[in-house]
Design a protein around this ligand. Structure first.
Ligand SMILES: [Zn+2]
Length: 326
């Protein structure tokens, strides 16, 4: 059963940085084989209203009731449609994967201006670094669709901020799909694979840069100089009440204490309020000291720089590793 449906809904703040909200479980369908997962609790919230099921602009995930996610070809075809429909949306390839596929960047800017030179801050939202964790891609397509459909709030936001969106970073893993590629998660039925075609984990490669995919991301960051970077995942299934969690290094271990302070006191506060108002339970990304029994204690994670949020901390780029729960 899939519980992803989510939408990046930027929230513009005074300092011109935007964040994202995601929405959680929406629809259910029977799994061919029931994995021994925790009970799915009933949920409803205002972010359900972001789902579109009729008209010309239903995203592929919405069309399937969130039971599947579009493949590489279908995803790129939908993005082509979006870019044709709005001059503000542009797509270009920023690198070639180890398996020979193109890694795509989608930009959304007012008037289609170049985010590198238009003087506005940029939010970089990256999906599918682990392709079995695909919520961010489908949410991003929904958000771009809303923009094409004339969402006024989004249009006001994009007047002030550029959106840089990588829908499929681990594009080879994205195409290695199956019912059991992500067994500890409720869907999609065609969930992708964690590593790239050389079996390298892109979210362990932020410092060493062995992979062409990750080198493309670093070139992108150096070229576009985003102000905020979201690396969007789905958690491997800790059994806790949170449906959305985020991670950045704590001030006690940070190389960028002023940024950490801003993340804690400004961004997180705003996100918590926005998400809670929409019916979600946001929280920190935590782990059980004993993975089978949270009551034994929990641990907070400090990411080294081979992870997105660790590298962001090191290079003074506000970076949040973001996870929905399956
Ligand atoms: Zn992940």
């Amino acid at each position: 059963m899939l519980k992803i449906a989510q939408s990046l809904r930027p929230v513009l703040r005074n300092h011109y940085l935007i964040a994202a909200t995601l929405l959680a479980p929406l629809s259910a369908h029977a799994d061919p084989v029931q994995a021994p997962l925790p009970e799915l609790l009933p949920w409803s919230g205002s972010s359900e209203a972001l789902v579109v099921t009729q008209g010309d602009w239903v995203t592929p995930a919405e069309a399937s009731g969130f039971s599947t996610t579009p493949d590489y070809r279908q995803t790129r075809a939908f993005i082509d449609r979006l870019a044709t429909a709005s001059p503000d949306i542009k797509a270009r390839d920023i690198g070639t994967s180890a398996g020979g596929r193109q890694v795509q960047l989608v930009t959304l800017t007012a008037g289609g201006s170049d985010p590198r030179t238009n003087g506005k801050p940029s939010l970089l939202a990256q999906a599918s670094i682990h392709s079995g964790e695909i919520d961010g891609k489908d949410a991003g397509l929904m958000l771009l669709r809303d923009y094409v459909n004339g969402d006024e709030e989004l249009r006001r936001l994009i007047e002030r901020v550029n959106l840089l969106f990588i829908p499929m970073l681990n594009v080879d893993g994205h195409e290695r799909t199956g019912l059991y590629t992500r067994m500890n998660q409720r869907g999609p039925d065609n969930a992708g694979w964690r590593t790239n075609s050389n079996n390298l984990n892109l979210n362990r490669d932020y410092t060493k840069l062995d992979t062409p995919e990750q080198r493309a991301v670093m070139d992108l960051i150096n070229d576009y100089q985003p102000s905020l970077y979201l690396d969007i995942h789905v958690t491997d299934g800790e059994d806790y009440q949170y449906d959305i969690t985020y991670a950045y290094n704590g001030a006690f271990a940070s190389d960028s204490p002023a940024i950490t302070n801003w993340l804690e006191t400004s961004l997180q506060k705003d996100l918590d309020r926005t998400l809670s108002d929409a019916g979600h339970i946001p929280g920190p990304l935590i782990f059980g000291v004993n993975p089978k029994e949270f009551a034994d204690g929990i641990s907070h994670w400090t990411a080294p720089p081979r992870f997105s949020n660790g590298l962001g901390d090191l290079r003074h780029l506000p970076t949040v590793l973001w996870k929905t729960t399956p």
